[in-house]
Design a protein around this ligand. Structure first.
Ligand code: TYD
Ligand code: MG
Length: 444
């Protein structure tokens, strides 16, 4: 028994259709995205082509001016680096991150730097009162007469503020807490977020005004709200960092005006956020005595090479299930390296507790750290320190080969700059040979 039209509702996110209205999409699990599909149905009418006047006809790419993409520097070098040189007039930039990571602090700093240059900045705080923001600004020395504060949560009022203030830069903290009264759904729902973001982006384009939006993240770390938000904005920056440590990274996930493999490095201090233009050395322990179980690797953060020390500790255990505890490195990667060490290099660790950690809590996610982890484990197992000037990077395969990693020249030159003159990389080809070279000099 077929009915005429069973799927009267459709998800605006993924297009999933359903006969009954539901609060949550059965396909993409988004809340509040299922709307009546009635207006989308019906017979598709043929679209007639518009007759274009000569000025609108597509032009050769070589004749188009690229002036619009001129950057103006924010004055915070590490943020400019991520943005690809600075802010672009009319650009919408989304800065996402976990609560308390420092988004508001960074953007207040950006606002203050622009205001110092006598640019009018409108900082719309939809989460904190103006006095709370002022208190923070006092602490971070960000007071300036051209930095205008408004605590607003209504979209129309925010747009009114932009009209009244005529700013050169707008910051909205955050896009999930501003809402439009013309929509029924609550602030932060996909429909609201889309409406707020697209209205602000429209104003940004019309006025050639850069707009910085703060975006919340969900529990799994993705940006809260509709996926379309990331499509709407020009730049998506992700703010990363553990609350336990003061180091923060800002990474560009999408950038229509620059590269996406840049990472900015910052430190949270008691009086605001400060940039760390040279983070090399932060993840190395500074002990002068040679200790077994430590090895330096060179990780790649964006385009930047970052030397990181890996530490391993190996302890005999009577337990039939020895412990494998890792911090900053992937535990399954360590398990694989332990297996390769045992089978290919005859270093037996199956009856020992193994602890592997990075210095400074930095996370090593790339396989380039394999060789240093293996060397640190071998050094710990044999209780023989590695040469103090040794740095190693390379991926280890199950066959016991050392495989090349990207940007090895950049990594090696950064290691040399910090005094690591013995570099072990894929040139040794086999893990056994790399181990032989690392432990070759008995005097050390
Ligand atoms: P905040 O910028 O409010 O985070 P977000 O907007 O991402 O939620 O930063 C909040 C944290 O930063 C808070 O735990 C205190 C810390 N902080 C500093 O360490 N130094 C400072 O100068 C400021 C203003 C905050
Ligand atoms: Mg905040």
């Amino acid at each position: 028994m077929a009915t005429k039209s069973t799927n009267a509702y459709r998800c605006t996110e993924c297009g999933w259709q359903t006969a009954k209205w539901v609060g949550r999409c059965g396909e993409c699990q988004s809340w509040g995205t299922v709307v009546s599909a009635a207006e989308n149905e019906g017979i598709t009418r043929a679209v007639r082509a518009t007759v274009l006047d000569s000025a609108r006809i597509a032009r050769p790419i070589t004749e188009i001016s690229s002036d619009v993409a001129a950057h103006w520097a924010t004055g915070i070098g590490e943020f400019d680096r991520v943005l690809g040189g600075g802010l672009v007039p009319g650009a919408a930039i989304l800065l996402s991150g976990e609560p308390g990571v420092g988004k508001s602090t960074l953007l207040l700093e950006v606002a203050a730097k622009a205001a110092e240059e006598h640019l009018r900045v409108l900082y719309v705080s939809a989460e904190e009162s103006v006095s709370q923001v002022k208190l923070r600004a006092e602490r971070t020395h960000s007071l300036s007469p051209t930095l205008m504060l408004a605590a607003e949560t209504d979209l129309a009022t925010v747009l009114g503020q932009i009209d009244a203030v005529q700013p050169h830069l707008v910051i909205v903290d955050s896009v999930q807490t501003v809402s439009s009264a013309s929509l029924d759904s609550a602030a932060g729902s996909p429909t609201q977020v889309r409406e707020v973001a697209s209205s602000l982006i429209r104003v940004a384009k019309e006025r050639s005004l850069p707009v910085l939006l703060v975006g919340h993240v969900t529990k799994d770390g993705s940006i809260a709200g509709p996926r379309v938000l990331e499509h709407l904005v020009d730049v998506v920056c992700q703010f990363e960092g553990d609350r336990q440590t003061s180091l923060r990274f800002v990474r560009a996930l999408k950038n229509r005006f620059g590269p996406t493999d840049e990472v900015g490095c910052f430190e949270m201090t008691s009086d605001g956020i400060s940039e760390v233009p040279d983070p090399s050395g932060l993840f190395l322990s500074r002990g002068s005595d040679a200790v077994s179980g430590t090895c330096v690797t060179v990780a790649l953060e964006g385009r930047r090479a970052l030397p990181v020390e890996v530490q391993a500790l190996v302890v005999s255990t009577p337990s039939p299930n020895p412990r494998r505890v890792t911090n900053g490195v992937d535990s399954s990667r360590v398990a694989m390296i332990l297996a390769v060490l045992e089978r290919r290099a005859r270093i037996k660790l199956s009856e020992q507790d193994v602890y592997v950690s990075t210095v400074g809590g930095v996370k090593l996610t790339e396989p380039g750290a394999d060789l240093a982890i293996a060397l640190a484990l071998a050094s710990a197992a044999n209780d023989r320190p590695l040469p103090h000037d040794l740095a190693a990077f390379g991926e280890i395969s199950l066959a016991g080969e050392v495989r090349p990693v990207s940007s090895s020249r950049v990594r090696a030159s950064e290691a040399r700059r910090l005094g690591f003159t013995t570099i072990l990389d894929d040139e040794s080809r086999q893990l056994v040979r790399a181990l032989g070279r690392a432990f070759a000099d008995p005097a050390r």
